[in-house]
Design a protein around this ligand. Structure first.
Ligand code: GTP
Ligand code: MG
Length: 358
């Protein structure tokens, strides 16, 4: 009975609403060159996604309008005796709803750039070059891609942390995603999405974001393109390495508490409202020797300036530099090991509790 109701509900719901649409895009093929006269073929047209002029466009209306969901730009003209330089094929501009992220279906990676308003435009498939002498007058095909247009892909939880903290390891532990994991910083270079699934089918989307560096708010390490994604998440999951972090021997070593402070500072300098978002602090690598002592030190430092009666509420006052005294109020601080799985179940249930009771 429960299942039946659920199935019926889902069907009614999905008839009017979709939050994900798969489309195929292909840039136009270039035109042929002219071998005897040395003529150059025209370039194939590009495919762009542009924010719809009507802000109420939905993925459903887009699907109804283009049921085949294929967008192929024009071929470039071949070189002829009368027109040695072939004309370029026309580009196409596909109107899409506002507020979507675009995911390459081949690797599940979110493409750079987003469409949040009617002026936004994103090149998704480049046209092929026309044939020239250097290609034996043979044209190149256009780029082809399957894309997902996703309405709320990275809206649930955003992982925030310095490189190497174990964010991707955690993602692979609590979801079915298979992100790249390695012992060097900046392994993850574009946001990765995983879905946390609960026994009753509730799903929460997790965004494993590339590691931030000090100065990310100034766009160091392309910080803006990652911090931007955090704006749209409902919950921030700080992931820190209990043994601290050092980018290289040229950089200063930061202990776990300092990494929390610095991350807080990066977020608040980028956007002062980010520190008001619900957040959890996951302290990773608790399997390392001496981790327990370090964790106790961290708790003491977190409670430092303002000792709060509620055990689950910790306050990190950032005191690097006198101009910044931002605080981050964590709903919970959870010691975990993404390697052994210690604490990760508790973390998963806290994520849900907080999102559902916001
Ligand atoms: N001992 C221990 N090592 C871990 C744990 N979690 C991750 N690691 C190791 O830490 C290193 C970095 O892990 P990643 O998951 O790639 O870290 P990341 O935060 O995604 O790093 P970036 O993508 O560079 O930002 C790898 O060598 C992992 O095997 C853990 O719980 N315990
Ligand atoms: Mg990573």
């Amino acid at each position: 009975m429960v299942f039946l109701t659920r199935a019926l509900l889902l069907r009614t719901y999905s008839k009017d609403f979709i939050d994900k649409l798969r489309i195929y895009v292909r840039g136009g093929t270039g035109g042929n060159g002219h071998p005897t006269l040395g003529g150059i073929g025209g370039r194939g047209g590009d495919v762009y996604l542009v924010g719809a002029t009507k802000s109420d466009m939905t993925l459903k209306s887009m699907k109804d309008k283009y049921p085949e969901k294929r967008f192929v730009a024009d071929t470039g003209q071949s070189s002829r005796k009368q027109a040695l330089s072939g004309l370029n094929g026309a580009s196409i501009y596909v109107q899409v709803p506002h507020g979507i992220s675009i995911v390459d279906a081949a690797n599940n990676q979110v493409m750079e750039g987003e469409i949040s308003g009617s002026l936004d435009k994103l090149l998704v498939a480049r046209g092929g070059r026309g044939g020239t002498r250097s290609t034996g007058f043979i044209p190149r095909p256009g780029q082809r891609r399957n894309l997902y247009l996703d309405l709320k892909l990275i809206a649930d939880v955003g992982f925030v942390g310095f490189p190497n903290a174990g964010k991707s390891t955690l993602l692979s532990r609590i979801s079915k995603a298979k992100p790249k994991i390695a012992s060097y910083p900046f392994t993850t270079i574009t946001p990765q999405i995983g879905v946390l699934e609960y026994p009753d089918f509730r799903k929460i989307q997790l965004a494993d974001l590339p590691g931030l560096v000090e100065g990310a708010y100034l766009n160091k390490g392309r910080g803006h393109s990652f911090l931007k994604h955090i704006e749209r998440t409902k919950l921030l999951l700080f992931v820190v390495d209990i043994s601290g972090f050092q980018l290289s021997t040229k950089h200063q070593f930061r202990n776990a508490f300092e990494t929390v402070q610095l991350l807080t500072q990066e977020l608040s300098s980028y956007d002062g409202t980010l520190t008001n978002k619900p957040s959890i602090l996951a302290v990773n690598k608790m399997d390392l020797p001496a981790a327990d002592d370090l964790f106790n030190n961290l708790l003491t430092s977190l409670q430092g300036n303002k000792r709060v009666p509620n055990f689950h509420l910790y306050v990190a006052a950032s005191n690097f530099g006198s101009d910044c005294d931002e605080i981050m109020k964590f709903k919970d601080v959870i010691p975990i090991s993404a390697h052994t799985g210690e604490g990760t179940e508790k973390l998963s249930s806290r994520i849900r509790e907080i999102i559902d009771n916001r």
